[in-house]
Unconditional design. Structure first.
Lengths: 233, 233
DNA sequence: TTCGCTCCTTGATCTGGATCAATGAGATAC
DNA sequence: GTATCTCATTGATCCAGATCAAGGAGCGAA
């Protein structure tokens, strides 16, 4: 854990407003810590106070732990995402790297205090927090009321939106997470996830290349499988 | 839909900072609308732009709709809560009154603009949004990895925290929502919810009075049933 | 290239909660 | 009070997905 100029600069350009004064930048620099994580390693953070994390580069999963070794992936994050790790309450949370990651961490309370004079930073935090809430609500619907096939279809569409590369009518994905992570995110088992992948492949809606490569061939049909009300044109 | 001084005043005292200037108060007044909802009625709001809602008095549920008439309750809200209704995306959302409600609604974008000069309002919005996100994440774990009994126990504990009246070691609840609402919130059927209530009653952990009255007799045991990692002392 | 390991896929069986089907018990109207 | 209607409870059966159990395929190391 040391201060790395590159990661902090990345944070500055992506989160702070364009014309932030140098003394403010310096203030944020003193608050933040740069952390590099190897795949499968988790971020250690104080369990009594919330932490703000900016993911400069990489992909992570936020995991909640219940009793009895059960795990639930609450969210995946990718390069450029900003997230708040809550203090541990009835359950504990960990942030784990899916691939090599560079991140900047800040004590939440101090960050907020530093941001108070900079309305644009607050607005940005609020906006990103709203997006997270929105994603979390979509997930709630998925976990509460959808079948296995609908969950996997929703997952693929959501990933396409966030890390997909469109190629004509197709969307290519390089999933950084394992089948286990997907299962833990969708409230299913790896076997069930695998079976839905096979089903979608057999129906000609997706193609898979190796473990992580997925190509969405029929986004409109996937939308239908996902149980969405409005199907993208 | 008309301007009601009482509801607006309630909003002012609960959301705006103590010493907000009268011209700012006037600005918010022009943006907000007071709405009274009878039980089971839903709030109508534009589906292309997000709306901010302050619940002056009452209790509501935020419902997501998937295809095929399936519904998922995303959250319950009580007097004093502030919530953001998203623009409709892949799914549609409605806010429905559980009891008689008074609420103030604001167009989200305009509200934010008006709040920009008032850092304390932004901070408050952010804080409340973070609490919502936190609750939503707890719900994700509940829906993804918990059994029916754990879900119902978690639900009762969560309600105890928000609307419970402690009486000695007991906590009394007057649930404003039906078994159907609870089921739709927990991703279960009303039959299953009912069976878990019966189970908890038979085990001496709760007592029920009529349809809405519930007394939690053994909070520690409920915590254990809820699958929480840390059991309250 | 081959080894070896982990992750993924496929198949057989089991089960928790859904579904189907009556009753029972609160609330509201009269 | 009592009629009525909705909501909640209880019981019987069913099924989607979990669990158990082998294989098979990708990928890194040597």
């Amino acid at each position: 854990m040391h201060t790395c100029t590159d990661a902090f600069d990345c944070f500055v350009s992506r989160v702070l407003p364009k014309r932030t004064g140098p003394e403010t930048v310096r203030l944020f620099r003193t608050l933040g810590s740069h952390v590099h994580l190897k795949p499968d390693r988790q971020l250690h953070y104080p369990d009594d106070e919330p932490t703000l994390v900016f993911l400069c580069d990489g992909a992570t999963k936020l995991v909640a732990h219940a009793s009895d070794h059960r795990e639930q992936v609450l969210a995946f994050h990718f390069t450029g995402d900003l997230l708040t790790l809550p203090a541990h309450g009835a359950h504990s949370y960990t942030l784990e790297a899916l691939v090599e990651c560079d991140l900047m961490t800040f004590p939440y309370a101090q960050f907020l205090q530093a941001a108070e004079k900079h309305q644009q930073v607050l607005t940005q935090l609020l906006e990103r927090s709203t997006v997270s809430l929105q994603r979390s609500r979509e997930k709630t619907l998925t976990l509460g009321r959808k079948s296995a096939l609908e969950r996997v279809s929703s997952f693929l569409l959501s990933m396409a939106e966030r890390i997909g590369r469109g190629e004509g009518s197709e969307v290519k994905l390089d999933l950084p997470m394992s089948r286990r992570d997907i299962a833990d995110s969708l409230g299913l088992t790896i076997e069930t996830v695998s079976r839905q992948f096979t089903l979608l492949r057999d129906q000609g809606l997706i193609r898979t290349q190796g473990r992580s490569g997925v190509t969405l061939l029929r986004v409109d049909e996937l939308d239908r499988r996902a149980g969405h009300l409005r199907v993208a044109a």
